[in-house]
Write a protein that binds this ligand. Structure first.
Ligand code: NAD
Length: 494
């Protein structure tokens, strides 16, 4: 879209970029000949800023900058690379309040969660920096006399990081920190829905002495800028967070150049509640994990399987929590528990999913409507019971504040229903029976299982989906090594 109006300067937090935000390429903010994309507040529709709608030529310039910086960055000792990352984390902390405000306006997240996102992002960068003295290769046993075999871990080269909009600031770090500490350089493309926080990030990077070209940022649409990145022959790894549809497309395009992919995709996380569960704990954790970020979180409870005996009691507790949810515009009201959905398409999708569930014979316990606040993409917190395995609401990712519930006989039935899914990202179970918890962790076919707790991952874990939820993973040692490749050296002595 070409924006016709100038941005509201009161909404700008970073002011040294003149009129518009510009791509960050080779250590400089650069002009592009492209049109602009308007970025708006999903709670109000107010224009927040303009970003470049980068062309293939703009993307090529960023990839070239990253390529030319990569050999020097790889030669820089890891401990020095870590100091650069720590300097960026320190800059983020200096601006932590402004950055959180920007995320609230741009993404519609509530203030407290936006602050957690900024602080977690700085901590994540520091965590990845700490690996600098712990990156290890291996010495392998040879079949020959006097031979030493070394397995070296090396950077892959130039990484493209393509981001979703739901945790836009954290996702920058999830891509750039492991990429940089292992000696890669990177080109980041944020979502066109939430790019301003990434331009703010680049501005803070520019205030450090990170060598030019190590971190680059291009704004633009998926269909032009994103497409140019994923089809670029000089990209060595595409690390992507977003929808299954785009992830599948990326894999096909990457196949032409045999570019590596790391895909973090959608989910339909099941939560199992057994009759012996602490129901207050289960209800609160399910509520938190469905309402947080307005239900727009890849790993949070998207369907519940509860044993008959406690079905009504659990639904009652959840109803109390859902009905007490305050929602509205988080950019003007810091008391709200929930903001808007990201855009009209997101709202339409949630509305259609609930309407279909109603037609399929499910019961709407509370909510079930667009929230009429006069502006913004708000949907009422909604509980749906009477779910059945074949219903769309139990199978497709909703990505909104809607919780479908199905009553089950047994743990075996719940596990079978949970596993019968195109997705395989996260799962959860509430029970006080150790054997039931262990059985679930053996038999659930998911990248993560949360037992008696809310569904959020730790930075030292490994966030990885099975089936259509992705390929490869992020975080911790295993996520770090996704940004390396091995080189085996055979040294024959005498
Ligand atoms: P999306 O796939 O629409 O967009 C993601 C990114 O891909 C955007 O930057 C977009 O511009 C870009 N893109 C779109 N078309 C492209 C193309 N042809 N070539 C290259 N890039 C292209 O996803 P979204 O709506 O931003 O994100 C929501 C989805 O992300 C949900 O399904 C959610 O579950 C998933 N998600 C997954 C994780 C995880 O860790 N597994 C985390 C957050 C979000």
């Amino acid at each position: 879209m070409s924006a016709k109006t100038a941005p509201d300067h009161h909404a700008r937090y970073y002011t040294n970029l003149d009129e518009d935000y510009r791509n960050f390429v080779g250590g400089k903010f650069v002009e592009t000949a492209s049109d602009k994309i308007a970025v708006t507040n999903p709670a109000t529709g107010a224009l927040l800023g303009l970003i470049p709608d980068s062309s293939a030529a703009d993307v090529d310039a960023a990839v070239r900058a990253a390529r030319s910086a990569q050999p020097g960055w790889e030669k820089t000792p890891a401990i020095q690379r870590a100091k650069h990352l720590q300097a960026i984390a320190a800059k983020l902390r200096e601006r932590r309040t402004d950055l959180a405000d920007l995320i609230v306006r741009e993404q519609g997240k509530i203030r407290s969660l936006a602050q957690i996102e900024v602080d977690f992002t700085a901590d994540y960068i520091d965590y990845m920096a700490e690996w600098s003295r712990r990156l290890e290769g291996e010495v392998l046993t040879s079949d020959r006399p006097n031979e030493t075999i070394l397995l070296l871990r090396k950077p892959i080269g130039v990484v493209a990081g393509i981001l979703a909009w739901n945790f836009p600031f954290f996702l920058i770090a999830r891509k750039m920190a492991p990429a940089l500490i292992t000696g890669n350089t990177i080109v980041i493309k944020p979502s066109e829905e939430t790019p301003l926080n990434a331009f703010a990030f680049a501005e803070l990077v520019a205030q450090t002495d990170l060598p030019a070209g190590v971190f680059n940022l291009v704004g633009g649409r998926g269909t032009v800028c994103g497409e140019a990145l994923i089809s670029h022959p000089d990209i060595d790894l595409i690390t992507f967070t977003g929808s299954v549809k785009t992830g599948s497309h990326i894999m096909q395009v990457a196949g032409r150049n045999l570019t590596r992919v790391n895909l973090e995709l959608g989910g339909k996380a099941p939560t199992i509640v057994l009759a012996d569960a602490d129901l207050d704990l289960a209800a609160k954790a399910i509520y938190d994990s469905r309402i947080i970020n307005t239900g727009q979180v890849c790993n949070c409870t998207e369907r519940v399987y509860v044993q008959h005996a406690v079905h009504d009691a659990l639904v009652e507790k959840l109803k109390t929590l859902f009905e007490a949810t305050r929602y509205g515009d988080p950019s003007t009201d810091s008391e709200v528990d929930m903001g808007p959905l990201i855009n009209q398409a997101g709202l339409d999708k949630v509305k259609a999913a609930v309407e279909l569930a109603r037609k399929d014979g499910a019961t709407i316990v509370c909510g079930g409507r667009i929230a009429e606040l006069g502006q913004g993409y708000h949907y009422e917190p909604t509980i749906i019971t009477g779910g059945r395995a074949e219903m769309n609401i139990m199978r497709q990712e909703i990505f909104g504040p809607v919780l479908p519930i199905q009553s089950v006989d047994s743990l075996d039935e719940a596990i079978a229903l949970a596993n019968d899914s195109e997705y395989g990202l996260t799962s959860a179970i509430f029970t006080q029976d150790l054997n039931a918890a262990l059985k679930a962790s053996r038999e659930l076919q998911f990248g993560e299982t949360y037992i008696n707790r809310e569904s959020f991952e730790a930075m030292q874990g490994f966030h990885a989906g099975r089936r259509h939820s992705g390929i490869g993973g992020a975080d911790g040692k295993h996520g770090l090594y996704e940004f390396t490749e091995t080189h085996v050296v055979y040294i024959q002595g005498r």
